[in-house]
Design a protein. Structure first.
Length: 318
């Protein structure tokens, strides 16, 4: 193992990919400053074993990133945000996957959603990730982009994202492409220049929602990293099945898949948040539908959790 970063050889030993004695990779002891930066020679330039080595490195970088986030969350002492709502019913908007910066971002639908929320008296909107389209996500994406680079997409977001209602968001895999390639977390930068945008974290975040009577529930925003499955409900169902009893949210909003679904399972009310992006050529080639629209959610709580749930999806067909 090198002093900084983790070598591919050590990683393979840790994964048991080579015969002989298992090695050990202490990923958690790498600090944010010394782990996986381009200037740190993690993998020797002389080592070249083809696509497998590239995948090994990418897997290791992704695992290290997620471990650093988990460690930061455990040691930061930050508490889950508390969002208070007036009245007996908690009412909020949910949308996802706006992919700003893409030619296929549906700006008309995005502004329609916020006008609808404003008319309905909604004061908080929750966004399940992929605010921007990022870069280098797949071959040919560069031809689908209206704006290129982190600075340009952040500026595009400031110009085009509605600011009349507070929006709470996580960053998804497209947003985090800038983090992966350049160490730029666009969520922090967008929050810094847009007072109505509130960044909750990478990939997922929990929020405590509270009604006028002090009853509380946990809302989770999630942007998974897996691809779409044959059945719309498969990934969301397997995610809920894998949750420990004490870690379950009361209401779950899942982005990433550009699909629409409501499911009540293991006492969790779950919606797939849909998308505010038209179907791209990438999705067309893979027979992936884009279910465009947005949600209006109304919840009634008691001291145990959610007693009534009304989740309305407002679709868009053009």
């Amino acid at each position: 193992m090198e002093e900084e970063g983790v070598t591919l050889q050590a990683y393979r030993k840790a994964r048991g990919r080579k015969e002989g004695k298992w090695g050990h990779v202490d990923l958690l002891n790498n600090t944010e400053e010394d782990a996986f930066h381009p200037e740190h020679d993690i993998i020797s330039e002389e080592t070249n074993h083809g696509d497998e080595d590239v995948r090994d490195r990418e897997d290791l970088e992704e695992e290290n990133r997620r471990l650093r986030i988990q460690l930061r969350n455990l040691t930061s002492g930050e508490r889950i945000p508390l969002h208070k709502f007036g009245g007996d019913w908690i009412r909020f908007g949910v949308l996802s996957d706006t992919h700003l910066g893409s030619y296929y971002a549906h700006l008309d639908l995005l502004h329609l959603a916020y006008r609808f929320y404003e008319k309905e008296g909604i004061t908080k909107v929750y966004h399940s990730g992929d605010l921007c389209d990022g870069e280098r996500m797949y071959r040919g994406q560069e031809y689908e982009l209206e704006t290129h680079g982190a600075d340009a997409q952040i500026a595009y977001c400031k110009r085009n994202y509605p600011d009349m209602i507070d929006t709470y968001f996580v960053t998804g895999n497209h947003d985090l492409s800038f983090w992966k390639h350049a160490g730029i977390d666009i969520g922090d930068r967008i929050e810094a220049i847009m007072p109505s945008m509130h960044y909750l974290g990478q990939d997922w975040a929990d929020v405590t929602i509270e009604d006028e009577g002090g009853n509380k529930a946990t809302l989770r925003l999630l942007h998974p990293g897996k691809g779409s499955s044959y059945a719309i409900s498969y990934v969301s169902q397997k995610y809920i099945e894998a949750l420990y009893g004490g870690e379950k949210p009361n209401f779950l909003c899942i982005g990433h898949f550009h699909k629409v679904e409501y499911l009540f399972y293991r006492n969790i009310h779950m919606i797939q948040s849909g998308t505010v992006e038209r179907q791209t050529p990438f999705m067309q080639r893979r027979n992936l539908a884009a279910m465009t629209g947005f949600w209006l959610v109304e919840l009634m709580l008691d001291e145990i959790g959610i007693t009534r749930c009304r989740a309305e999806f407002i679709p868009q067909y053009t």
